[in-house]
Design a protein around this ligand. Sequence first.
Ligand SMILES: Nc1ncnc2c1ncn2[C@@H]1O[C@H](COP(=O)(O)OP(=O)(O)OP(=O)(O)O)[C@@H](O)[C@H]1O
Ligand SMILES: [Mg+2]
Length: 132
Amino acid sequence: MVYFSDSPEQTKLLGEQFAKSLKGGDVVLLKGEMGAGKTVFVKGVAKALGITDMITSPTYAYMNDYDGILYHYDCYRLSSGEDAEALGLTDYFYAGGICIIEWSENIASVLPKNCKSVTIEKIDEGKRRIEF
Ligand SMILES: Nc1ncnc2c1ncn2[C@@H]1O[C@H](COP(=O)(O)OP(=O)(O)OP(=O)(O)O)[C@@H](O)[C@H]1O
Ligand SMILES: [Mg+2]
């Protein structure tokens, strides 16, 4: 389905809506350019999953673990699937929680089959096209 968002708040709400379709073990590829709103979307997903911790971008940590319920990845600084494997990041794909991955393109070779996808496109400064 295609949705349009006019604000970060709306994108977060769409994240909450999307989260209702998720179950443990799902791996979600969250696609979109820098500043598209991927991390904003994850905030909504986390809220719907009952996570009350503040969601911050895991750019430097590569992955933030929210109580084994949600694993939020940012693979922007990884250059291969082998790097992700060497860091132990791929183990969490099979740990029973939900994985949501920004910049999954960088680790394409080690992604599981049957991932779900969310695509966010920047239309203008405040407007986004979101498909899932
Ligand atoms: N409709 C919208 N939905 C989401 N974010 C929006 C929207 N309009 C403006 N923004 C702004 O766009 C930015 C999105 O930032 P965010 O960190 O979520 O991007 P990102 O896709 O995770 O980028 P990166 O690849 O660098 O991690 C925020 O500053 C947010 O306020
Ligand atoms: Mg981000």
